[in-house]
Design a protein around this ligand. Structure first.
Ligand code: AMP
Length: 184
């Protein structure tokens, strides 16, 4: 499957702003709103993801709240597949299943509707997407939820991997991982 050239990666990296000490001291927050506000960079990213996943027999794109919704919903429409939101607790109105996880800064939980992947297929293929992988806790919990809900997580995709935190190693044990950009 396709990857970006170094030059294209540079365009994307330059479009992402780092905000120091947000939301608490010591965190270098990767702000993707500047990427979204740069039509050249945003289009480059989304066309790349479409190219990578268009022939992969994906039935659903699942996005993690909240920035995973932006990339995930855009990609789902580009691929012509369904979108499923993976949300923070108490946000989804119907019966849910949930999974706890630890953040780079705190503890949280993710939820999915119990019937999120109800379709004609016995075990539909799901592409999981989020903006960033830090410790990997959120994505690991999300993959577990996808499997619990009766689907198959084909790959977990991230715009940015904070490689120095090593969060991808844990997720690779349960599903393939693709990061568009790696920050060492
Ligand atoms: P983790 O579970 O530690 O991999 O955290 C990943 C989630 O937290 C993603 O949904 C990110 O949006 C958010 N996150 C964690 N660390 C950062 C960071 N340094 N910059 C931007 N977002 C972050």
């Amino acid at each position: 499957m396709k990857e970006l050239s170094d030059n294209q990666k540079e365009i994307l990296l330059n479009s992402i702003r780092t905000v120091e000490d947000f939301p608490k001291p010591g965190i270098g927050f990767k702000d993707i709103t500047t990427l979204l506000g740069d039509e050249k960079a945003y289009t480059l990213l989304m066309e790349h993801l479409k190219d990578r996943y268009k022939n992969q027999d994906i039935d659903y794109v699942a996005g993690i709240e909240s920035r995973g919704f932006i990339f995930g919903a855009s990609l789902a429409t580009m691929l012509g597949v369904k979108f499923v939101p993976i949300r923070k607790p108490g946000k989804l109105p119907y019966t849910t299943i949930s999974e706890k996880y630890s953040l780079e800064y705190g503890v949280d939980e993710v939820e999915i509707h119990i019937d999120a992947f109800k379709c004609k297929k016995d075990k539909p293929n799901v592409l999981l997407i989020d903006d960033l992988i830090a410790t990997g806790g959120t994505a690991k919990a999300a993959v577990t939820l996808i499997n619990k809900a009766g689907a198959n997580c084909l790959e977990a995709c991230f715009v940015i991997n904070l490689k120095f935190l090593g969060g991808d190693a844990d997720i690779k044990k349960i599903t393939p991982v693709y990061s568009v950009l790696e920050i060492n």
